[in-house]
Design a protein around this ligand. Structure first.
Ligand code: DGJ
Length: 740
């Protein structure tokens, strides 16, 4: 999969699905040549037409003839202050205060498999599944080594990248910017995707043309956040969901990030991805190394669905881990929107009784069960039971719920502390803060300093005890504010710029300890909804709460956008009450059920107030979901019509042998005398025959002619599932025509 052609000084990573070609100049610069469509043999070299262009572009010292400039040539990793004026991959400040950095080839090695990233989440693979190239670059005068690490997966058009920076000198230097990867293209004929958003409106997909200059997608909030997701894709102008080239770039990290997209004056493109250099300065002592998180590149010649299906396979089999990785996920009930903070043992047990009746499998007790927590002003950090609400304790409640035939799960928000808490009284300095400086509150809370070992040990012990004593098989791990006043009293003044990244190294360490100690627990990642639903958290927690917005209409968009990269089993959705608590919209029960059933489904319902007909409808919905959940959670997912661009939303699920599937159709508003909508179904097998709803025909017909989808139901916010079933071949006698 990885070749190094000595005579051509050329690296070629290839697997028949992607080719990635780099070449070395005689003076050691590493140039990017080709990234994308598979090419069996790349025989040419020096294909880039001209290594010098235009005045005002200096040449490096090794090219005194001035025949080469870093300013325009596509490279692997741009450096700073040596004539490449585009955005750089790394920036350092050396002991003398200067910054010029040149990286030249020193050595390389090719190893089977994929090495782990030090203390960071990443995709994983064994020796048959992947191969890794490590290119060591060096700036000898600066005593700086940079390893560029590339892994190519055997069966997928995927290349991951990460970088290790090493100081082999005798003095410390400061890393001001340490990105994970840079991708240069010698043209700019691209649109790009971005996913801005906010709380309850995560991942609002946008497609924009690339423009000259630098465009930056980032988060400086101390979390990947709801406001911009650490993903972008470059698309050819003609690319759509089904065809055309696309390059996806996803960052496996949960903290501050930046994606820089630059189009230069010569219509060339650079995409740089890494930890944001805001709130980041890292002092690297002699012989220390710094490893950056991973970027996952997926190349697809088959449009956005092609890209997504690769991400789904990769993440399902090489990112999600543990016992629940491929297990059907339980249907849960969560009491949050039913009770908020106002519950007691009796009301919870009554809800559990009703939940059991409708077929729920897991009861989740959300916020408010601990300390004196009756609203959001107190008690975060006090992970012991609120005896006023639950006088007999949590283990007792858990046993009673289990006795009803339900599993028991619990909500925690471990990274936070309330000022009004026992923990704060004992440890008023355990949170992130700047000494003697006024501190901002978010949802009345402060953020514990996860860079501290004592904080992490406290959390490990208290949570381990909580999980063990209650026997929970599910934990919802929440995170409800973003960071301000970055400071950690245990770090030196110089190291304060390290807090933001050390926070995540600490959090990841804690998550590794807890998830290893409790493999039985299904962890669900949450941050006021999808405020930290990123691949970094997905490595530790196999599923995520996609949004606090449970309105079925808005959810179509949020789930549609999440499906760009996340497998359906990782995306959680719930059937909530109407009027919806976030939008006040009233949507039909069937649509709420259908939208939630298009993901990892649960319910948030006031079951005690339901009529017997309503209970029967909920039970029927849950039973239908259970019959279909393997297909939904682990089948092949295809987006067919985007709610970001249409009055409809359509997607489909197909099993592995293309025999059975489901087609979701959702309408936003009903129009009078609505035009018919015929949709082609590319996910079928052209050689098979299918029954789809009331229609039957060959796969080829449904693929090329399609299916009318908007004629069977009417009304605003309506939706339905068409069941797709393989049937025996339909052989029809040809009818004689009039002249036959
Ligand atoms: C935010 C979450 O997204 C909600 O589902 C709920 O758990 C609340 N936090 C509880 O405070």
């Amino acid at each position: 999969m990885i070749d190094y052609l000595v005579d051509k000084r050329q690296f070629h990573l290839h697997n028949g699905k992607i080719s990635y070609v780099m070449e070395l100049t005689t003076d050691g610069f590493l140039l990017q040549v080709h990234n994308g469509a598979p090419i069996k043999q790349f025989t040419r070299r020096d294909v880039y037409p001209k290594y010098i262009r235009s005045s005002f572009n200096p040449s490096p010292a090794s090219r005194p003839k001035g025949d080469f400039t870093l300013a325009v040539i596509p490279q692997e990793f741009g450096t700073y202050d040596v004539g490449d004026y585009r955005v750089s991959g790394i920036e350092m400040t050396y002991p003398d205060g200067t910054q010029a950095t040149t990286l030249k080839y020193y050595a390389h090695e090719i190893i089977p498999g994929k090495p782990k990233l030090a203390g960071l989440p990443a995709t994983y693979a064994n020796e048959e599944e992947a191969e890794t190239l490590i290119i060591t670059m060096m700036d000898a005068p600066r005593m700086l080594k940079v390893q560029l690490i590339y892994t190519i997966f055997a069966d997928l058009p995927v290349i991951t990248r990460s970088t290790v920076i090493e100081n082999f000198g005798s003095e410390s230097f400061m890393i001001n910017k340490a990105y994970s990867a840079g991708y240069d293209f010698d043209d700019a004929d691209f649109d790009y995707l971005q996913l801005p958003g906010s709380w309850a409106a995560e991942k609002q997909l946008e497609r924009l043309p690339l423009r000259k200059g630098v465009h930056k997608l980032d988060s400086r909030r101390g979390a990947s956040g709801s406001f911009m997701h650490p993903f972008t894709a470059l698309l050819r102008k003609e690319t759509n969901e089904f065809s055309g080239e696309v390059w996806g770039f996803h960052f496996v990290y949960s903290g501050n990030f930046a994606i820089e997209l630059e189009e230069d004056s010569f219509n060339q493109t650079r995409v740089n991805i890494g930890i944001s250099s805001d709130h980041f300065n890292w002092e690297l002592a002699p012989y220390e190394t710094f490893q950056t998180p991973e970027v996952v590149e997926v190349y697809s010649p088959d449009g956005l669905n092609g890209m997504s299906q690769v991400y789904h396979q990769l993440y399902q089999h090489h990112l999600v881990r543990g016992r629940h990785q491929l297990a059907e996920r339980p249907v849960l009930i969560n009491n949050w929107e039913t009770t908020y903070f106002d519950f007691d043992e009796e009301s919870l047990l009554a809800l559990a009784d009703d939940a059991k009746k409708v077929g729920v499998e897991l009861f989740v007790l959300d916020d408010g069960w601990f300390g004196n927590r009756n609203d959001d002003t107190t008690s975060l950090g006090d992970w012991f039971v609120n005896e006023k609400k639950l006088p007999k304790g949590l283990p007792d409640l858990a046993d009673k719920i289990r006795a009803k035939g339900l599993e028991f799960g619990i909500w925690v928000e471990p990274e936070m502390i309330s000022r009004r808490s026992e923990l704060y009284k004992e440890h008023p300095d355990w949170h992130i803060h700047v000494d003697r400086y006024p501190e901002s509150l978010g949802r009345n809370q402060l953020v514990l300093d996860m860079s501290r070992q004592d904080v992490r040990d406290y959390l490990y012990n208290v949570l381990d005890e909580l999980f063990t004593s209650t026997g929970v098989t599910y934990v919802k791990w929440d995170f409800n504010r973003n960071m301000t006043e970055w400071g950690s009293p245990l770090l030196t003044a110089k190291a304060q710029g390290e807090v933001a990244h050390r926070y995540y190294l600490g959090l990841y360490e804690l998550l590794e300890r807890l998830t290893s100690a409790h493999p039985e627990i299904l962890f669900e990642n949450c941050s006021g909804g999808g405020g930290r639903f990123d691949p970094g958290m997905t490595y530790y927690m196999p599923q995520s709460w996609a949004s606090d917005n449970t309105d079925a209409v808005e959810r179509m968009k949020i789930q549609y956008a999440n499906s760009l990269f996340f497998p359906i089993s990782t995306i959680c959705a719930q059937v909530s009450e109407v009027p919806n608590h976030q939008t006040a919209r009233v949507t039909p029960f069937a649509t709420r059920m259908n939208v939630a059933s298009s993901a990892n489904m649960g319910i948030m319902q006031r079951l005690g107030e339901k009529t017997s007909e309503e209970m029967a409808a909920i039970a029927e919905g849950i039973s239908w979901y259970k019959k279909n959940r393997k297909l939904i959670q682990y089948g092949t997912f295809t987006r067919l019509l985007s709610p970001f661009e249409n009055n409809y939303c359509i997607w489909g699920f197909m099993d592995g042998d293309q025999s059975n599937g489901l087609l979701f159709f959702g309408r936003i508003l009903q129009h009078a005398d609505e035009p018919f909508l015929r949709i082609k179904l590319p996910m079928l097998d052209p050689h098979k025959f299918y029954q789809i709803g009331n229609y039957h025909g060959s796969g080829e017909e449904f693929m090329k002619y399609g299916l009318y989808v908007n004629t069977e139901i009417h009304g605003d916010f309506t939706s339905m599932f068409f069941e797709i079933k393989e049937i025996p071949a339909v052989t029809e006698e040809p009818t004689l025509d009039y002249f036959g």
